[in-house]
Design a protein around this ligand. Structure first.
Ligand code: FES
Length: 149
């Protein structure tokens, strides 16, 4: 008797979990990402495949947005201090030996904490030892959300 009841409950729980998952999938497939709250615009920001990386308010509050896994690599998004409306997005993995560079707004540069390489807003090398630029992305603002492609 107990086993039967357990199996019945397991079946009911599985049914509702399946229904909920299907409903979420249908919502994310039908609605544009701009209408979905962050977290549903691709399930998770870290797994977002539609390019949503955050909100404008978040960027302005924190000064940067860091996404550990944007598709298959990290992403660092900042504002150009000289042209605030211009967003800059790079893969912050240093081309020298792979450390994660930090944004330094006062220097208008991405600086590597490991060996001091410095990169400009277009990802270009300003100071070695790195020889290759940082990979860049194309950010855009839609409403109050920021997308990167
Ligand atoms: Fe960045 Fe060496 S890993 S300068």
């Amino acid at each position: 008797m107990r086993r039967r009841k357990f199996l019945q409950r397991l079946g009911i729980t599985g049914f509702w979990a399946s229904l909920w998952t299907s409903l979420l999938s249908a919502l994310t497939a039908v609605l544009p990402a701009s209408l979905l709250p962050i977290g549903l615009g691709g399930c998770d920001r870290a797994l977002n495949t539609k390019g949503l990386v955050g909100k404008v308010a978040e960027l302005d509050e924190q000064g940067e947005i860091y996404v550990e896994y944007f598709t298959d690599r990290p992403l660092l998004l900042v504002r150009n201090p000289q042209q605030k409306e211009q967003l800059v997005a790079v893969n912050p993995t240093c081309s020298h030996q792979g450390c994660i560079v930090k944004w330094q707004a006062d220097k208008t540069a991405f600086v590597c904490p490991c060996h001091g390489a410095t990169f400009g807003l277009q990802g270009q090398v300003l100071q070695g030892p790195a020889e290759q630029p940082l990979q860049t992305f194309q950010p855009r603002i839609e409403g109050d959300r920021i997308f990167v492609s």
